[in-house]
Write a protein that binds this ligand. Structure first.
Ligand code: MLT
Length: 414
């Protein structure tokens, strides 16, 4: 009899977003006329920038001509894209990142999970609570945890609570942790990490031989100049950090698929015999073996993000979603609901009113306003009593959704 990876049996319920989808479907099956507005999963709604579409069309035409046709590309990504990224996203901000340290992929969710292939099974993992569920679930799948307790916390993971009580800033743990997941701007809370906070983590990691997995998928939404966009803006980060980035949210590539991971060549980990091993070589080996790269057409679209027109168009997209976030923040605040985030991030983190649980608030909004958000408790035990509202939607839907919520909560108070 073929056995299975039993670690999968430790996973709690379904992945959060399919679970929400299941509940919404159950509701709409019973109420087929309900006009449901989805502000749950952070999926973009606005069309791809014109510069990207034009580049894709040109690339398709190249693929249709024998003299310019491309077969397999480099597993690491085409050098012209990696050079554009190195220059615009890193060197322009004073970060010492070389094109050879950038690996193009089909998503930072995938990379966050895949990166575990190259790390040992005995590392102590630290995550914030609440947290993007992928960090936890991929560690469970890889067998890095024990079972979950009644609150959904897995044995073997160090959870660092973030809430309004600590201004959504994780405290550096007193015990030693080896792999640390940090996400700024944060999914789900929309909070950002200051330069000082990042510096403290980099110092901790370098002092303890830990590696920080820094998820910067939402960096384009930073509006405050004092907030770092990259962990490599912090001195010493090249020796302790891997950074994940994505074209999903800044350029609307959730359905197009392109992302990148930076692995500095100066980063090392320990082999069982105590030798220091270059992490870059392991990741390069992993990618060359298990991945055949992102399509030429999509990489051409990503390259166009760095053209003058592409920069203007992606900035406009980001501003559009940030304006949605502002509308959400303003309307909810006026309705007497406490909100966080949504200023340097596309997510607004809401304190549930009347001490409702996250799922009770989810059900209430779905049933009375036909609005879908994401229950904070789905991101971890410390997310209980919170609710995430995504700013990724059309202006019309965001305004309509906020109108419905305002009416409900203002009426409830009179
Ligand atoms: C989310 O809603 O948290 C995002 O869609 C996650 C992702 O980008 O995978």
């Amino acid at each position: 009899m073929t056995t299975i990876n039993d670690n999968y049996l430790k996973l709690k319920a379904g992945y959060l977003f399919p679970e929400i989808g299941r509940r919404v479907k159950a509701y709409t099956d019973q109420h087929p006329d309900a006009s449901v507005i989805k502000l749950g999963i952070g999926d973009v709604t606005e069309p791809l920038p014109e510069a990207c579409r034009t580049a894709m069309i040109a690339a398709v035409n190249e693929m249709g001509d024998r003299s310019t046709f491309k077969g397999y590309g480099p597993e690491q990504g085409y050098l012209w894209l990696r050079e554009a990224i190195a220059q615009h996203d890193f060197q322009a901000r004073g970060c010492n990142v070389d094109a050879s340290e950038i690996f193009i992929s089909d998503g930072s969710k995938c990379d966050c999970g895949n990166i575990l292939d190259i790390f040992g099974n005995d590392n102590r993992i630290a995550v914030t609570d609440p947290v993007y569920p992928v960090y936890v679930d991929t560690n469970v799948m890889a067998g890095h945890t024990g079972e979950a307790d009644g609150t959904g916390k897995y044995e073997g993971i160090t959870y660092l609570p973030i809430s309004a009580d600590n201004d959504f800033a994780a405290q550096i743990p007193s015990q030693k942790v080896d792999l640390i997941y940090l996400c700024s701007p944060n999914n789900p809370t929309g909070a950002t990490m200051s330069r000082e906070q990042l510096k403290a983590w980099v110092q901790y990691a370098n002092a303890n031989g830990s590696i920080i997995l820094f998820d910067a998928a939402y960096e384009a939404f930073i509006t405050d100049d004092s907030i770092p966009h990259s962990i490599y803006e912090i001195e010493g980060a090249r020796d302790c950090a891997i950074e994940f980035r994505s074209f999903s949210k800044n350029a609307g590539f959730t359905g197009t698929r392109c992302a990148l991971t930076v692995v500095p060549k100066s980063l090392t980990g320990k082999a069982k015999d105590g030798a220091n091993v270059e992490i870059w070589s392991l990741w390069n080996r992993r990618q060359s073996t298990k991945f055949n790269g992102v399509s030429y057409i999509v990489q051409k679209a990503a390259e166009a993000v760095y053209s003058e027109a592409g920069q203007q168009q992606t900035k406009a997209l980001v501003s559009f979603y940030l304006e949605n976030a502002k509308i959400i923040r303003d309307k909810l605040t006026t309705a007497g609901i406490q909100v966080y985030g949504g200023v340097n991030a596309p997510y607004v983190w809401v304190k549930t009113p009347d001490q409702l649980t996250s799922w009770d608030f989810f059900d209430q909004l779905l049933k009375t306003c036909n609005i879908v958000g994401t229950p904070g408790s789905g991101f971890g035990a410390a997310g209980e009593g919170y609710f995430r509202i995504s700013a990724f939607n059309s202006r019309e839907n965001v305004e309509e959704a906020m109108q419905r919520i305002s009416e409900k909560f203002t009426a409830a108070k009179v």
